[in-house]
Structure formats: structure tokens, C-alpha cells
Ligand binder design. Structure first.
Ligand SMILES: [Zn+2]
Length: 387
């Protein structure tokens, strides 16, 4: 199962928040670090009344800073601008361990230390997803914007390197999470589960790209790998297209539901991906297994808060139900779903809604949760698990 990690390094007090107006000036903040001080440049997007801030840098990385760590804060007349693709490449290759290369596609920069065939395949998958994602939502009336910077993915050769590099965000859980979208860095981090590097060394240059990818998709972990890559890349698109807002109160069932709506693999296709809205065999199987014993208030609980997703005993079931709920609501009336997404896209970072507000916004778009629940149960009962 793929799980996204949404670390919240600094909880700003919701009621004590002032939003900064967006100006083009460059904010320059000197902050304390473990070993001394460093300077952050960018735009302050959140000013908390306790003095804490969140600053967005040119790489679209968000830095939350507590008031006691701010040494100095000024701004100057230089306009804030995002890094260009070539600036990002230069900065990233400096930051990553040696041996990384970059593969550039229309909307993505893929930094990789596996084979070029794998990086190219990933880029094609991402571009395909990008098109499908934008077409689907805009054709249903959602106004989306293009990402401010090229989207970044990092593919580590193996789990050891990945866990070492991502340990600040992943902690002890690292080894069990095969990929994630980081809300802070705005990047997708993955490692190559299939041993594509070995495969590439075995395969001589006479072997076609298509044959390399066929080999790749024949690996036992390929389905899980495709689902994870698409799932995490969908989170990244949602947070970079104006659909969702980083560090705002996005209901977890919704964020995960959208990612799962797109993730279903299809190992018979050359990309390994099955497109959006397909019945998700792994999620559906779990829902059907649990139907006789399921908590009749599960949907209500998911609407009003995110606790089910952080309780390891029930999280997998909550993911499955979030897939089912999202699938049902989109299929039933995609325009209403977009209406709900539009409400979410207006949210402010670090402001948390009450349970009542969350329920009210849900029912305004989808009607009574009790009726939604009834229809969830009958639709899931009637579904067959695809082979
Ligand atoms: Zn996720």
C-alpha cells in the first residue's frame, strides 16, 4: 500500500493567524539552525500572531519558522520569482548525492540514479497522468492553473539510499513507505523497486526501450510500484494545479480519494497504468471483506476529521473507504464533486475547520451523509472485484 506523508513541522495556532497579502517584494529572513544561522529568501505566505512564519522559497519549498528561531526579518525591492528549470537542475544536482542525473520532460524534472530507461518511462507516465488529470477536471468545470515551477521527482536506486536521504521526513517508518509526496519540499521521492538498474546493465544497447519496459513491468512488484508512483504524482498535481492548498485543512478522505481514483495499474498496457476511475481491485477487495462488520459511521467520521487515517489499526480500511466514497461521488455527479473541490481550493494554510464546518460543506454539495452512506453500501455490495 502506498501512503503519503504529510508532516506538519510547525502547528500555527489557527485563530491567531494573519494572512499576508501577496506582494512581489523579496522577504529575507535569517534563522537559527543547529550549527549557526542561515538566510532564507522568498515570500512569506503565513504570518502567525505569535510571530511565527511560513516562507516559500524560489524552489517552492515551504519553510515554517517558529518565532524563537527568527534572528532577523526584512524585505527588499527585488521581485520574488520562482527558479527556472535550469536553476532547479543546478541546485538539485548540488543537493543530491553524487551520481544523480536529470531527465527533463515538458512539465517534470526527474532526478534519478537508476537507468535512463526507467527515468524516461517514469517521465512518460507522469506526462500522461498530467494530461489525463487536467483534461478530466477541466472538462468537469474545474479551473486549474499550471504549476509555478517544473514538478520534481527524485528516484533513488534502492531503499537504503532513499531512507538515508529522506530520514528527516520519514523517520523510522521510512523503509515501509515506498514513495511519498512531500508537502514541504513539493517533491515526489521514490526508490526503484524493480531493480531496473540491474536489468539495464544486463540488457545490452541492442535491446529496445520497449523490451526494457516490458521486463520492468513483468517484475513481481510492478503493480504496486505503478500504483504508488501515480498515487504520489497525483497528490503533487492536486497541490500544484490550484485544486488543493498545501498545509490547509484538506479532508484526508478527499486528498487520498483523488490520488486513489487515478492510481489503478494495468500491467497489460505499455505504461503499466490503467487510467482514472477504474475499479481499484485492492481497495475494493478490502471494502467488500469488511462490509458485514464495517463501522456504519465510518463515512461520517472521515468527513468530520482525519483520525481514522492516522490510526494504524484502521488506516488501510479508511483508505479503501475513501477510494469507494470518492469513486461514488465522482461517478454520481462530477460537477458537484468539482463544486466541493472549489470550496477546498479557497482554504488558507494552517487554518483548521471544525467538524461541523466540514460536515456542512460536505452536505451542501453531496446531500445528507446518511443517504450517501446507504448508497455507498449498496453500490459496493453490487460491485465485482476485477481480475
Ligand atoms: Zn496518499
Amino acid at each position: 500500500m502506498s501512503h503519503s506523508l504529510f508532516p506538519i513541522p510547525y502547528s500555527l495556532t489557527a485563530v491567531l493567524l494573519l494572512l499576508t497579502s501577496f506582494t512581489s517584494a523579496m522577504d529575507v529572513v535569517t534563522v537559527k539552525t543547529d550549527g549557526g544561522e542561515k538566510t532564507l529568501e522568498g515570500e512569506i505566505i503565513v504570518n502567525a500572531k505569535d510571530g511565527g512564519i511560513v516562507i516559500r522559497d524560489a524552489m517552492n519549498f515551504l519553510h515554517p519558522v517558529t518565532p524563537d528561531n527568527i534572528v532577523n526579518k526584512t524585505s527588499d525591492d527585488r521581485p520574488f520569482a520562482y527558479s527556472t528549470a535550469s536553476e532547479i537542475k543546478e541546485k538539485m544536482l548540488k543537493e543530491l548525492p553524487t551520481g544523480f542525473k536529470v531527465f527533463e520532460s515538458k512539465h517534470y524534472l526527474i532526478f534519478y540514479e537508476t537507468s535512463e530507461a526507467f527515468a524516461r518511462w517514469t517521465a512518460q507516465l507522469f506526462e500522461n497522468l498530467h494530461n489525463v488529470f487536467y483534461n478530466f477536471w477541466t472538462s468537469n468545470g474545474m479551473k486549474l492553473s499550471e504549476p509555478s515551477t517544473p514538478l520534481i521527482a527524485i528516484i533513488f536506486a534502492d531503499s537504503k539510499e532513499y531512507v538515508r536521504f529522506c530520514k528527516d521526513e520519514l523517520g523510522e517508518a521510512g523503509a515501509s513507505i515506498i514513495g511519498y509526496y512531500s508537502m514541504q519540499s513539493n517533491r515526489v521521492n521514490l526508490f526503484d523497486l524493480t531493480g531496473a538498474d540491474d536489468m539495464n546493465q544486463r540488457a545490452s544497447s541492442r535491446v529496445s526501450e520497449a523490451a526494457k519496459i516490458r521486463n520492468l513491468l513483468a517484475q513481481p512488484d510492478a503493480g504496486r510500484m505503478v500504483a504508488t508512483i501515480v498515487h504520489e504524482a497525483t497528490h503533487q498535481l492536486a497541490y500544484n494545479s490550484g485544486m488543493q492548498v498545501r498545509y490547509a485543512d484538506m479532508p484526508r478522505w478527499l486528498s487520498e480519494g483523488i490520488a486513489m481514483y487515478f492510481e489503478t495499474p494495468n500491467l497489460k498496457s505499455s505504461s503499466g497504468w490503467g487510467s482514472l476511475g477504474k475499479d481499484n481491485p485492492a481497495r475494493l477487495r478490502l471494502i467488500k471483506q469488511r462490509l458485514p462488520r464495517r463501522n456504519p459511521e465510518a463515512i461520517k467520521m472521515m468527513i468530520t476529521d482525519d483520525a481514522l487515517f492516522t490510526n494504524l489499526e484502521v488506516a488501510e480500511e479508511a483508505y479503501a473507504e475513501a477510494w469507494g466514497l470518492t469513486w461514488l461521488l465522482i461517478k454520481r455527479n462530477p460537477k458537484k464533486f468539482v463544486q466541493y473541490l472549489n470550496i477546498m481550493s479557497e482554504k488558507t494554510p494552517f487554518v483548521w475547520d471544525s467538524s461541523e464546518e466540514r460536515m456542512e460543506e460536505f452536505e451542501k454539495c453531496f446531500g445528507s451523509w446518511v443517504k450517501v452512506n446507504q448508497s455507498f453500501v449498496s453500490v459496493m455490495k453490487s460491485k465485482r472485484i476485477p481480475r
